[in-house]
Design a protein around this ligand. Sequence first.
Ligand code: URA
Length: 226
Amino acid sequence: MPSLEELAAKASACTRCRLAEGRTNVVFGTGDPAAELMLVGEGPGAEEDRRGLPFVGRSGQLLDRLLLEELGWTRERCYIANVTKCRPPNNRDPLPDEVEACSPYLEEQLAIVDPKVVVTLGNFAARLLLRTGEGVTRLRGRAYPFRRGVLVPTFHPAAALRGGGVIVAQMRADLVRAKAALAAPAPPQASPAGKAGARPDAGSGPSFDPIDARGTSRPEPGRLRG
Ligand code: URA
């Protein structure tokens, strides 16, 4: 397995998709290479493209605040990456072939960091890692078995910046869910191959939810079950 540095060097010269043409920097990822918690966003915005670091714009500031307030963690304790490592022009959504071209980098980051808990931010990361077409509004509100632990889907902080208090409150509840999962014993292995784990649409029975299982979930506005 390569190191994160080796993988980052490879990504820095990547021309697998058209996003390479417009980038200033490849935004590979940052944080503790042995983090227990990995956060996965969609793709770099303008500020991230300029600085070569994930979540350093307004969305990142909100994310930093929520991490600190709900987990007591700074970003240095986590590993932060995105589905696409290059900025889509004009902040458009990444296209399916761009996601596909870039996803081996994320798979390798997951294999190297080997986090216990993955929090996906927004639709793209949740759909890619859970291998579903379902949106985050329906997916969130529970934890899914994933690799050696769980995956907790939540909204993208940009959605919270647009959508206000209810979305922020739901993100807070999801981060509390991630915190409980970090403290919980690891669930039984979801996928022996160690690849992306649960398929929420596969009908494989009830999924692990450390908060629900312990009955400690706090009331949460507008929670939807998937
Ligand atoms: N939005 C993302 O999805 N990722 C970033 O790094 C910044 C904004």
